[in-house]
Design a protein around this ligand. Structure first.
Ligand SMILES: Cc1cc2nc3c(=O)[nH]c(=O)nc-3n(C[C@H](O)[C@H](O)[C@H](O)COP(=O)(O)OP(=O)(O)OC[C@H]3O[C@@H](n4cnc5c(N)ncnc54)[C@H](O)[C@@H]3O)c2cc1C
Length: 434
């Protein structure tokens, strides 16, 4: 048992837990943070793109010493079939700005750095300590936690759960339901190492400029999911993820998908002669707005992936994690200053504040997208094939006149999907997107 009593206990030292712990400690609160991993980041997996804006609001001068890999100057969006891709690339010199907007990072290094800042702010961090249970008083209010360190307990006014997507503590304590396999993706990722000058010449980069590729199409074997490839200083992260229930129905293994992606003719040359040194797998909550559980109660708050805060359309998660963590921390500080209790009614302020941010606004805007994508598999198989076939028909110069080519493309779309089907898909997408 830890004898000291804390203002707050934070479960987890990922971006959400770190943001919450740092925000509270900076304002003088006594904070205990518990992390099951050997060190912060040892259990964590991400692509990874860091969105500067969310971190700037917590540590404004983070660029001075954070372990950043490359700032992203070029975004590629690819629609792929088995032999080709149709791409939209956006590259801009404007992204070579004084304070770049997005960076690639390596999570194990980034989490260690963030955790150092958290400890410097005054947080007591215990690693290799798994929270096994939430403790309640006779009225059901959460008053502390039990851990696997000899069954030791710790007590605080509020417990902030930043335990990640498969938050077992919250599930076991009945604060949220078990994960639904329809609304969580399983992603696998490898790190391929190459000399930095090889990466720079392959991707047309100089200095610390970076490129990221997001890809969809036949690479997911008809399942709902996407692939990615991100450039780091001396490595390339490549990965793919699909909805868990799709893997179960389809029978394809995540590893087989990743192998196929790496051997795709558009990807293989980018990884040529690299050395793979890391393989990781992790879940991503992709259910969106409708999968968000209860976020607060008597003596507790939920932040980050544990609250299902991921915007799968825009591939954003860590920024939602840091923002929800920061706002949870600010709410607790505000209540403390007013000498208010950490009751459910008072902690509702967390949700009120979140509603005003991009986090809830974006998730609300895209609330119908997860169902649309999961229920319309043609988006991941048929349409990418139709687009790549159309591109080939259009660009191949073979003596066929252009009107005949246009008719061929039109016919291939009609053959792949009936006209009402095409119109219906466009209509459903537009409605889900609004
Ligand atoms: C393959 C992949 C690629 C991704 N790419 C991106 C990207 O490019 N950009 C982006 O913004 N997001 C990306 N994400 C999402 C992003 O990683 C998450 O949204 C983010 O990590 C969530 O942070 P978190 O702190 O809520 O959870 P986590 O990072 O999962 O941290 C939770 C922490 O809690 C600890 N923990 C869990 N249970 C306990 C317990 N009982 N006791 C003590 N400690 C516990 C864990 O060990 C862990 O350290 C990606 C995710 C994956 C899997």
């Amino acid at each position: 048992m830890i004898k000291e009593r804390f203002d707050a206990i934070v479960v987890g030292a990922g971006p959400s837990g770190n943001a919450a712990a740092y925000t509270m400690a900076k304002e003088g609160l006594k904070v205990l943070q518990l992390e099951r991993g050997e060190y912060p980041g040892s259990k964590n997996v991400q692509g990874a793109i860091l969105y500067a804006n969310a971190l700037e609001k917590i540590i404004p001068d983070f660029r001075e010493d954070a372990p950043l890999e490359r700032h992203i100057i070029e975004q590629r969006l690819w629609t792929m079939d088995d032999a080709s891709h149709v791409g939209m690339h956006y590259r801009s010199e404007d992204f070579n700005e004084e304070k770049p907007n997005r960076y690639t990072i390596i999570r194990a290094q980034f989490d260690k750095w963030f955790s150092r800042k958290v400890r410097e702010a005054g947080v007591t961090l215990l690693c290799e300590t798994t929270v096994t249970q939430l403790l309640r008083d006779t009225n059901g209010k959460i008053i502390g936690v039990r851990t696997d360190r000899g069954g030791g307990t710790a007590f605080a006014d509020v417990v902030i759960l930043g335990e990640g997507v498969n938050g077992l503590v919250g599930q076991r304590s009945g604060l949220r339901p078990e994960l639904n396999p329809d609304s969580v993706a399983l992603a696998v990722k490898e790190m391929h190492f190459l000399p930095r000058e090889v990466i720079e010449s392959r991707f047309n980069l100089k200095g610390n400029e970076g490129v990221v590729i997001e890809a969809m199409g036949t690479i997911t074997a008809g399942m709902t999911g996407t692939g990615f490839l991100y450039t780091n200083q001396e490595s390339i992260s490549v990965g793919i993820g699909c909805i868990v229930s799709d893997f179960a129905d389809n029978g394809t293994s995540p590893y087989a998908l990743l192998e196929a992606l790496k051997n795709h003719p558009s990807i293989k040359p980018l990884l040529a002669n690299s050395e793979c040194k890391e393989y990781a797998a992790h879940l991503i909550p992709e259910g969106g707005y409708y999968s968000i559980p209860e976020l607060y109660g008597d003596g507790w708050l939920v932040v980050g992936d544990a609250g299902q805060f991921v915007n799968a359309v825009h591939r954003e998660g860590s920024n939602l994690a840091m923002t929800t963590g920061r706002i949870a921390g600010e709410t607790v500080v505000w209540l403390k200053r007013r000498r208010d209790e950490m009751s459910k009614a008072n902690l509702a302020e967390y949700k009120r504040r979140l509603d005003e941010t991009f986090v809830m606004k974006d998730l609300r805007k895209y609330k119908k997208i997860p169902d649309f994508l999961h229920g319309n598999k043609q988006v991941f198989g048929l349409y990418p094939k139709l687009f790549t076939d159309a591109a080939q028909t259009w660009f191949r110069v073979d003596g066929t006149d252009k009107r005949t080519k246009e008719n061929e493309i039109f016919k291939s779309f009609r053959k792949g999907r009936t006209l009402p089907g095409l119109i219906g898909d466009a209509f459903k997408l537009a409605r889900a997107w609004r």
